[in-house]
Design a protein around this ligand. Structure first.
Ligand code: C2E
Ligand code: CA
Ligand code: CA
Length: 684
């Protein structure tokens, strides 16, 4: 769009040019006309003047020729020369002899060359000298020539004035016209142009162009109001077109029945999600949900109910979809979700299970209460496929296949992941009933003090005997219990159980310090300190007979919080030990910051003691460091005599391991301590 016109293209300038030109031409032509008229007048004047002159001297001249008096004639001629225009004068006799004559040179004037061409250099006039009494008798003649210069000089001066004033008049007229045009036309037009430039092309109806002041009802005003109407109409049309485009776009991207994104949009969204995930190194899961046996629903009820059911299903699916997933309808009875940034298959299994649970609740449609079951096929990026189409296709395949086997369940694309997740989910379910079903028990593993070769304590270890699976190792079920938080209840139960057992033994005279494993999840729970205190009080156990073992990773997650909690626990008199030392971050520097009494060397280092040089030096270093920090050291997993004697030689304070005893139930543990005190010392 042209924003501004070059100066010489402006309408007012163009008008000015035309006005000046025409005014000048008109002024010029008129002036020339007037001057020509003037020229004729000047010529007439000249004739009149000559006639007057001749009239005046006619009588004396007649007298002179009548009396043939050259002297008088000469006087008459001289008298004629009083007039400056007279160039030549002569009085003559009829026989052609001159009585008197006189001439003088032509008047010198600068513009003669110009005026002579109009008037001629000179003009001759003559008169017959006649005496009328008694009869008219012709006696001679008088002739004069008039120099035109004097008259034409005046004429020229007048002409210049006429011409100049003509031009000046034209100029003034032009200027007035220009101003009139400017105020009536150019300026309001420029105003309109400025307003037009401000009109937003994408919303032309938003601003109305104001009519120029005082032009509301003339052509400009009408022009502006017509333009405004036009702009509004354009705007209306644009809006309609946009709405239509949006409708088309929505139809092409969304499912009209449920309002969810359709397959195409889902696919595109998935692909861009995958691109981002690839960049960030994240995992993404694609969940394909198919309603089990939807056909029979349609035949059992009717299509309207079927549609309403699909809508309700979609709504439930997207309500469950949180900020993390995007629900879409792939078509028919198939829906899909994306789960972003998952850490492992377990996260997906959680979501899938939650979805299955929520989707299996009955749908209330009209007077019907309808139960739907869903099967979910799951693929994981980048493990199962690298692009959207591949992952989507595989998750649909998995879903379809899973439907043939059983209903209302989820299935991972890769069989091993699937069975692992299935197993884990089952275990999680079983674990939630284990406490109430009394499937847990605790065992004790003695801890030997190398200084005086006595059993000073025992680590309390949890055992789960599942009714059908049998013994489940704590390394398997504890992480699951930690993931879903049930470890808090389980851990509390262990503490209670351990204190109960300690009270029994104390009544029998055996004062054994029990070490309890405290999970990181428990440590995060601020009620743990009070629970420990109240449990000790409940069983009348002094705090010195309790120790808590925490792992490095447990405290590292929230160091200052862990330090606070441990400090409170220590204030009661409960001692603290750091478990699995050396396996985690192994940062010796924060060991000083932690309120810790004891360091437990992990069994993996003890296992390779004297075999692996590195492990041997780690054990040495941990012992050294603990000593220098005035911390007790206990070695875990002592299995051989060699290991024991090496540890003793290095100054390790205590040991625990199969070499002394496996973790055993309470009654066996009692037998063990009774036996142990009888056997001669192993350590010398
Ligand atoms: P942990 O705290 O490091 O426990 C020591 C583990 O080493 C125990 O395994 C014990 O049976 C085993 N062990 C003892 N001596 C030897 C030995 O000489 N050789 C070998 N190879 N192993 C030995 P367990 O009972 O299977 O426990 C495994 C882990 O489960 C424990 O590791 C602990 O982290 C966790 N855990 C067990 N009970 C509890 C509990 O009540 N609460 C919590 N939070 N965690 C527990
Ligand atoms: Ca432990
Ligand atoms: Ca350990």
């Amino acid at each position: 769009m042209t924003k501004m016109h070059p100066q010489n293209q402006r309408l007012s300038i163009k008008l000015l040019r035309w006005v000046i030109l025409t005014a000048l031409i008109a002024g010029g032509v008129l002036s020339i006309g007037q001057i020509s008229l003037d020229a004729f007048r000047a010529m007439d004047e000249l004739d009149n003047q000559a006639a007057q002159i001749l009239d005046v001297v006619k009588d004396p001249a007649t007298q002179a020729v009548y009396s043939i008096d050259p002297e008088l004639a000469q006087q008459v001629v001289e008298g004629l020369f009083q007039q400056r225009e007279v160039h030549y004068a002569a009085i003559g006799h009829p026989d052609e002899t001159l009585l008197a004559q006189k001439s003088r040179p032509l008047h010198h004037a600068p513009f003669r060359w110009l005026t002579d061409s109009v008037f001629g250099q000179e003009k001759q006039f003559s008169v017959q000298l006649i005496k009328n009494e008694p009869q008219p008798v012709y006696y001679g003649y008088l002739v004069i020539t008039i120099d035109t210069a004097h008259k034409s000089e005046l004429f020229l001066e007048r002409s210049v004035v006429v011409f100049a004033s003509g031009i000046l008049r034209a100029g003034i007229l032009a200027a007035i016209l220009f101003l009139v045009y400017h105020y009536l036309l150019t300026r309001p037009l420029s105003g309109i142009i400025q307003s037009l430039l401000k009109v937003n092309p994408s919303e032309p109806g938003r601003q109305t162009i104001p009519a120029p002041k005082n032009h509301e009802y003339d052509e400009l005003g009408v022009w502006v109001s017509t333009a405004n109407d036009l702009l509004e109409e354009i705007s209306d049309n644009q809006q309609k077109r946009r709405a239509a485009e949006a409708r088309v776009l929505k139809l092409s991207q969304y499912d009209p029945l449920t309002g969810l994104p359709n397959r195409l949009m889902f696919r595109n969204h998935l692909q861009s999600t995958l691109d981002d995930a690839k960049h960030a190194g994240h995992k993404v899961a694609v969940l394909c949900c198919g309603i089990d046996d939807f056909k029979s629903i349609n035949s059992q009820f009717n299509y309207t109910v079927g549609d309403r059911l699909l809508q309700a299903f979609a709504e439930r699916l997207s309500n469950n979809n949180g900020a993390l997933h995007t629900a879409s309808r792939l078509g028919g009875d198939q829906f899909s979700l994306i789960q972003y940034n998952i850490h492992n298959a377990y996260n997906v299994a959680e979501l899938a299970e939650q979805l299955l649970k929520c989707l299996s609740a009955p749908f209330e449609i009209d007077e019907f209460s309808i139960n739907l079951y869903t099967t979910i096929g799951i693929t994981i990026f980048p493990d199962d496929g690298s692009n959207a189409d591949d992952l989507l296709q595989k998750s649909e395949q998995t879903m379809t296949l899973a439907k043939t086997v059983s209903r209302n369940q989820f299935q991972f694309y890769v069989a091993s992941v699937d069975s692992e997740m299935r197993e884990r989910k089952l275990m999680e379910k079983d674990l939630s009933h284990a406490l109430t079903n009394n499937e847990f028990n605790i065992v004790f593993q003695p801890q030997i003090d190398y200084q005086n070769n006595t059993i000073v304590g025992a680590e309390v270890l949890l055992r789960w005997v599942h009714p059908t699976r049998g013994f489940v190792p704590p390394d398997i079920f504890i992480p699951i219990a930690e993931d879903n938080g049930t470890i808090v209840d389980i851990g509390n139960w262990v503490l209670d159980e351990a204190c109960k057992q300690a009270a029994i033994w104390q009544k029998q005279g055996h004062f054994i310090k029990l070490a309890i494993n405290l999970s990181a999840v428990q440590l995060k729970d601020s009620t743990i300190e009070k629970y420990i205190k109240s449990t000790l009080d409940k069983h009348h156990i002094e705090a010195q007979y309790l120790e808590v073992e925490i792992t490095e990773t447990g405290v590292m997650e929230n160091l200052s919080n862990a330090v606070d909690t441990l400090n409170h626990i220590k204030q009661y008199g409960v001692s603290t030990a750091i478990d699995d030392f050396g396996t985690g971050y192994s940062s010796l520097s924060y060991l000083k910051k932690l309120p810790i009494d004891k360091v437990k060397i992990d069994k993996q280092f003890v296992h390779d003691l004297l075999v692996d040089e590195d492990d041997t030096s780690i054990v040495n270093a941990v012992i050294q460091l603990s000593k220098s920090l005035h911390l007790n050291v206990i070695a875990e997993g002592v299995e051989t005599e060699e290991q024991e004697s090496y540890l003793v030689s290095r100054g390790c304070d205590m040991g625990q391991g199969y070499f002394y005893s496996r973790p055993v139930p309470a009654d066996e543990f009692l037998t063990y301590i009774l036996e142990y005190s009888k056997t001669p010392s192993k350590i010398d």
